[in-house]
Design a protein around this ligand. Structure first.
Ligand code: IMP
Length: 198
């Protein structure tokens, strides 16, 4: 008897992009964007060292080379940071450390009584394979830091980031597909997807 296949409607049947990340939110954002390009996204739990460096691109390139060394597959990684104008770009490439130590509350405390709330998120995707050196794709979103946390969706600094082109809501008040209209990561992913699917 012929076996019936159980492929959900709308499932991207094209090429697969392997995303090395432990962050399920990042994976869901990537899956949503890459499906627009008929790319399937696979989440790989491979070790990929994350160094400290003033440039996101250096961090992402180092990380993807380590991931390729550990799994022998063509993969991509993503590194992001929040850059606050009044804090001279802090926490920037140190966003993870700051989030894990003082958290969102720490940033709000630093920003107390500061009128200039301008900030941006930057995302760098690095792709590499056993026979290809890293290629990077960058995305950026401008916005403002809110005075308090709003919303429970997303992750990291999402509850305090209001994208300039949005309707005044923070990323944490948006579903994944809404955040993907504006976000730094979605922009980097779209540039990556154009290149990867061509
Ligand atoms: P990494 O790219 O995982 O190193 O992220 C650095 C830090 O920035 C982490 O602590 C995240 O919580 C935060 N971060 C990265 N991307 C986003 C985002 O899209 N929204 C909110 N916070 C983010």
């Amino acid at each position: 008897m012929k076996q019936k296949t159980c492929i959900p409607q709308g499932f991207p049947m094209g090429k697969v992009a392997y995303f090395v990340t432990s962050n399920v939110h990042k994976f869901l954002e990537a899956r949503n964007v890459l499906s627009e390009y008929k790319l399937a996204t696979a989440k790989l739990g491979v070790d990929a060292v994350e160094i400290q460096d003033p440039r996101l691109e250096t961090i992402a390139k180092y990380s993807v080379l380590d991931a390729v060394k550990n799994c022998g597959l063509p993969v991509f990684v993503e590194d992001a940071g929040l850059f606050v104008e009044a804090l001279e770009g802090f926490p920037g490439p140190y966003s993870k450390y700051v989030y894990n130590t003082v958290g969102v509350e720490g940033i709000l405390k630093l920003m107390k009584n500061i009128a200039n709330r301008n900030a941006y998120f930057m995302s760098v995707i690095a792709f590499a394979s056993p026979d290809k050196q890293p290629v990077c794709f960058v995305g950026k979103v401008e916005g403002k830091l809110s005075l308090q946390m709003h919303g429970t969706l997303g992750f990291g600094y999402d509850p305090i980031f209001v994208p300039s082109e949005g309707d005044g809501r923070t990323f944490a008040e948006m579903a994944t597909d809404e955040k993907n209209v504006y976000s730094h990561r979605a922009k980097a992913l779209r540039t990556f997807a154009e290149w990867y699917s061509s």
